[in-house]
Design a binder for this molecule. Structure first.
Ligand code: LMR
Length: 330
């Protein structure tokens, strides 16, 4: 009898010690992304880590893996769904297998400027998209800007006909694929980590990126021309694994949510400046001519690319497209 009780006590003790150790263990949150640290997303991830560890000391540890060092963009979504990584922020071009409506952000010449993008993301339609993958186990936590994309190539691109026959790297997006086909160019899907080498070796002749991605990946060193086309958007949705997120202790989840909101405001405030700074750094490097389009030239690019909208209207929804267009009005 005594023996049994002692055993029970020992067992209870060891359980409670294990419990204590467990309670003292911080929750590890892995945040993986594919860009450099000196970019809007890179800075956002570091800001999230700093604030989370400051405000939830001992409760949360955030590990940030930049530059595709943990998962490249072919694998990060799968890793999130498996719970191997907890937060990622893919560009909005990379969601087509999970939500057709999110393809809206890839439509060329949809938004006049980043303020319009901001208004749409904050609108009812934009907010609904954050929840549109809930049934797939993905929760959207917010939008982060990078910025508008510029075309780059080793050939001067002034009018759409200049792009004919060239090979362009595209993200894994049917809309972007069609956008280059509309120019009679050859799109080639390639993961972000491969772009620099693809451009360097001539596997592709050009690409489309915001200045921050061009500069931080040194793409300007292998591209003689950048056309400031501002023809499309490269923004992110910060997402988490729904099961993981809902399994967090309520106080931790609430704090992380408010940190994420704060970080999103900050990233979105910084992104434009960062891109402008990188444009200046590219100019200073002297490797690349930046071509400014006249309104007439830019109108030709719009005319050449915009027919793509019709092809995706069915999948995206005409009403959502109208709502996004309306966000161009202040
Ligand atoms: C790209 O593949 O070009 C971008 O999505 C990379 C990024 O995350 O900014």
């Amino acid at each position: 009898m005594f023996k049994l009780t002692a055993k029970a006590v020992a067992c209870a003790l060891s359980l409670s010690v294990a419990g204590l150790v467990h309670a003292a263990d911080p929750i590890t949150i892995k945040f993986s992304h594919v860009v450099a640290e000196n970019t809007p997303k890179g800075q956002g991830a570091l800001m999230f880590k700093r604030l989370a560890e400051e405000r939830l000391p001992g409760k949360v540890k955030v590990e940030v893996y930049p530059n595709s060092s943990l998962y490249g963009d072919g694998k990060e979504m799968e890793a999130l769904l498996l719970g191997d990584v907890h937060i990622i922020a893919p560009s909005l071009a990379k969601f087509e297998h999970y939500s057709k409506a999110i393809q809206i952000f890839d439509l060329p010449f949809l938004f006049d400027d980043i303020e319009a993008v901001d208004r749409f993301q904050k609108s009812e339609g934009g907010q609904k998209l954050l929840a549109s993958m809930q049934d797939k186990g993905i929760t959207g936590l917010g939008y982060w800007h990078n910025g508008l994309k510029q075309l780059s190539a080793n050939k001067k691109l002034v009018e759409p006909k200049d792009a004919r026959g060239l090979k362009f790297r595209v993200q894994a997006s049917a809309v972007l694929d069609e956008q280059f086909k509309a120019l009679k160019a050859n799109p080639r899907k390639m993961s972000f980590a491969e772009v620099y080498q693809g451009l360097q070796t001539g596997v592709v002749n050009g690409a489309e990126n915001p200045y921050s991605n061009i500069y931080s990946q040194k793409m300007h060193e292998v591209q003689k021309y950048i056309t400031e086309s501002n023809h499309g958007l490269l923004d992110y949705m910060v997402i988490t694994n729904t099961k993981f997120w809902e399994g967090l202790p309520a106080d931790v989840r609430t704090e992380l949510r408010s940190i994420m909101d704060e970080v999103s405001v900050e990233v979105n405030r910084l992104a434009y400046e960062l891109n402008e700074g990188d444009k200046q750094r590219i100019l200073a490097a002297g490797t690349t001519e930046i071509i400014t389009l006249t309104p007439e030239q830019r109108a030709k690019w719009r005319e050449a690319m915009q027919p793509v909208w019709k092809k995706f209207e069915g999948e995206i929804g005409a009403d959502l497209i109208k709502a996004a267009q309306a966000s161009n009005q202040k």
